[in-house]
Each structure stands twice: as C-alpha cells, then as structure tokens.
Design a protein around this ligand. Structure first.
Ligand code: FAD
Length: 401
C-alpha cells in the first residue's frame, strides 16, 4: 500500500527481488503464487540478451516442470541428442552420447520465466535501477525517486551482484572467478558443423571451449578460471581458427563466470542471495541455470515460511537448510576439478582416464544431467583404486619389458 513521506511515495512489499534472470523469476513466481506481495526489479528491458551458452540439462527440465507445473515451450527450446568432446590431451576424446540435451536463447527463455512470474501476481519493474539501499530500515530508493519497503530482500542480480557487493564489499572473489567470451556464428559460416553439441577441453586452462547449435546460429565460446587465462581473447581466436574462422569477423562479448565459490551463509539478516549472486555456477561444467532455479526454489520456501509466521528475520536460517543441498554438489565438483583440469595431472592420468569408458561416460552424464556428482566421485575413486592395485604388476611388466 503506497504511503507518503514528504514528497516521496513509499510502497510496501513483503519481498523485493533485484534481478529478473532465472533465479529472480523463479523466486518471484513461487512467492507471488502463495499470495505474498512481491516486487521484482531489473535494470534491463525484457526481452533482453544474456551472454550464455543456453545449454539446459535434463535436471533443469525436471526442475522446470516441478516449479511451473507445466512443460516448457518447445518453440524456444530445442532438443539435441549428440555431444562430442575433444581434447589435445585425449581426455575424454571423440565420444558421442544420446542422453538428451536442450538448447535455448536466453533472450526467449528469461522473458518466458519473467512472464510467468508476472502472471502469478508479482509486480515486475524492468528498465529500473536502485539508486540507494537502506538495509537498516528495510527500504530502497529507485532511480525514479520512488521508495519501496520490504520484509525481505533477495539478491538475484547475477555474478556482478550489487546486493552481494553491499553485503560483502565485492560481488565476487577475483581469485576464483571465471571469465568467458562468446559470439554467435551464423549457421551458413559453419556448414560442416552439423547439429552436434561440442565441448573442447583444450582452448582454456580450468575451463573449456564450446559450440552449441541453435536454430539460426552456433553459440561459440571459451571460458575458464580468470586468473589462469590472462589472454582469453587469444584462446578464443585459436579455437575459432581451428574451425577455419576469423574471430574478428564477429561481435565478441565477455562476462564473468560464477564458478562454485559460493557464499556461506548466503546473505545477512533479512537479505538473501540466489543463483549467480550467491556464486552457484558449477566450476566443472559451467552450468548455472539449474542451480539458479534450485536455489530460488529453496529461497521461496524460506521466504514463505518466514513471512507467513511473521518472522522475516528467520529467513536466512530457513534458507540455509535447503541451500546446503545445492552447495553439496558444488563441493564435489570443486574436488573433481582438481582431478580433471590441471594440465599436468591430465597428461599424467590421460591413459588412466581414456582407458575407462565408464569414467568418460560418467563425465558426459554429469554434463547432460543424467548422473549426480556423488556417483561420478565414486566412479573416480573405484577406478583409482583399481589402478593402484594393478600398479605393482605394471611396474614388474615395465622392468621386464
Ligand atoms: C558465457 C557464459 C556461458 C554460459 N553458459 C551456460 C550454459 O550453457 N548453461 C547454463 O546452465 N549456464 C550457463 N552460464 C551460466 C548462467 O548464465 C548463469 O548461471 C545464470 O544466468 C544465473 O542466473 P541468475 O538468475 O542467477 O543471474 P542472471 O541470469 O545473470 O540474471 C541477473 C539479472 O539481474 C539483472 N541485474 C543485474 N544487476 C542489476 C541491478 N543492479 N539492478 C537491477 N537488475 C540487475 C540483470 O539485468 C539480469 O537480468 C553461462 C554463463 C556465461 C557467462
């Protein structure tokens, strides 16, 4: 209900969400559906582009159907069933698989989610910026001068989160953050590419290159840990040259990449963070949309519980419980990164990895969302144990040979 404080109007909400990507829209949709007064603010006008490969896994599809209780729009999402992986170090190399993968353009996908949040009753304000936060008084002021008050505030504003910066002094940790470059290549420029989803482990350190076939173009990119890839442009240029393309002919865009260095606790007081703002991008696969939606689902549960009970101060505690489930997988992913990404280890273990079809399949199954990290971890451990057991025999063989 609008109130007046001198000249500036004050509008009251139960929840104000900053950011209208997947994490913000899902939070808004689920909480508005429960009858809470929700306002979502995004600085962009929608539909808007978001730099992203747009690869969605089966995990994301299942989550989408659970949250929105409907199938997703097949006009904006296409299904692919072949993936190929390359690496100069031959791990894992040239494997295709048939588990379904889904590809979308974020221009369409995010607008669709935001529309559903609006239909659920959330007050959606796009093309709007916050000029000042007053955390002590649970208020904020929009660039238009309007003031909003809230029971709880949600930071869903992505990797460069203004809300995270407000809480921690910086949006992300510069030591661990990733960086990616991406461009769209018209289909006619790569007539040989076909419809296969391609991952190439060689262009980057602690990351990879990708070519994702879309309806009208290929989304081509390289991304990895920022500190370990000081010249990402050169990485992209090499990757493109390998395809017979000159990077300079295309519009290249860059964006920081959340890589699993998640915030814990994910907020402070009545402020909670979801999605990339909380650092929930997967460091091994680069996937972030699924965790953005899953954390938003958890946040919505905590918001409804806390605000219904009249205890907005307990929102962080309620959120933490389910948040730990999201971050559990990231902990596995972080350890697996150390077994897969360092070049020296990769070279040393190349034969060990390539010798195991199950291990390669497991890695691909993680990418497609068919397998949970705990299962891949068990596969790695089992394979390593077998390799250790056979070591004495192999050493004898080497000496005799
Ligand atoms: C190059 C690249 C490729 C990727 N490829 C994939 C992929 O193939 N599959 C996958 O699952 N993930 C991928 N990701 C990760 C994925 O994009 C993110 O994890 C996901 O977008 C996170 O969703 P989110 O809602 O948390 O944040 P975002 O999608 O970033 O949304 C944040 C929103 O907040 C708004 N905003 C930001 N600041 C403010 C502000 N101050 N005030 C108001 N609004 C604000 C922005 O306009 C934006 O709409 C990729 C990322 C990059 C960089």
């Amino acid at each position: 209900m609008p109130q007046s404080d001198g000249e500036r109007p004050l509008t009251q909400y139960d929840i104000v969400i900053i950011g209208g990507g997947p994490s913000g829209s899902v939070t808004a949709y689920l909480t508005a559906k429960q009858g809470l007064r929700v306002c979502l603010i995004d600085k962009a006008n929608f539909p808007r582009d978001k730099l992203c490969g747009g690869l969605l896994t089966k995990r994301t599809k299942t989550l989408f159907e659970r949250i929105f209780e409907r199938k997703w729009d097949e006009n904006i999402i296409t299904e692919k069933d072949e993936m190929v992986m390359f690496s100069k170090n031959k791990f894992p190399e040239g494997i295709t698989q048939s588990a379904p993968l889904y590809l979308t353009m974020r221009y369409d996908f995010d607008a669709c989610l935001l529309d559903m949040a609006r239909e659920a009753g959330a007050d959606i304000r796009t093309g709007m910026k916050v000029s000042a936060f007053d955390l002590a008084n649970t208020e904020l002021t929009l660039a238009s001068g309007e003031r909003l008050s809230y029971g709880c505030l949600v930071g869903a504003d992505g990797v460069n989160s203004q809300v995270a910066k407000l809480l921690y002094g910086e949006s992300f940790n510069r030591e661990t953050i990733g960086f990616a470059l991406e461009l769209e290549v018209p289909r006619e420029d790569m007539p040989e590419q076909g419809d296969i989803v391609e991952i190439d482990m060689s262009p980057c350190d602690w990351g990879y290159g990708w070519t994702f076939p879309k309806k009208h173009s290929f989304t081509v990119g390289v991304g990895g840990q920022h500190r370990k890839n000081p010249d990402m442009k050169a990485n992209l240029s090499r990757y493109m040259a390998g395809k017979g393309l000159d990077m300079r002919a295309y519009k290249v865009k860059g964006h920081f990449l959340s890589r699993g260095d998640f915030r814990n606790p994910p907020g402070r007081g009545r402020v909670i963070l979801v999605g990339d703002a909380a650092g929930l991008g997967d460091p091994l696969t680069g996937e972030g949309i699924c965790n953005a939606m899953q954390s938003a689902e958890a946040a919505a549960r905590a918001l409804v519980e806390s605000l219904r009970d009249g205890h907005p101060n307990s929102v962080l505690q309620n959120y933490q419980r389910d948040y730990n489930e999201v971050t559990k997988t990231l902990k596995y992913a972080r350890v697996l990164c150390w077994l897969i990404y360092p070049r020296k280890i990769r070279r040393y273990l190349a034969s060990f990895y390539t010798g195991s079809g199950r291990l390669q399949r497991g890695y691909l199954d993680i990418l497609s969302g068919e397998l949970e990290y705990s299962a891949l971890f068990a596969l790695f451990a089992g394979q390593a144990l077998r390799a250790l057991k056979s070591l004495p025999l192999r050493l004898v063989g080497i000496r005799r040979g």
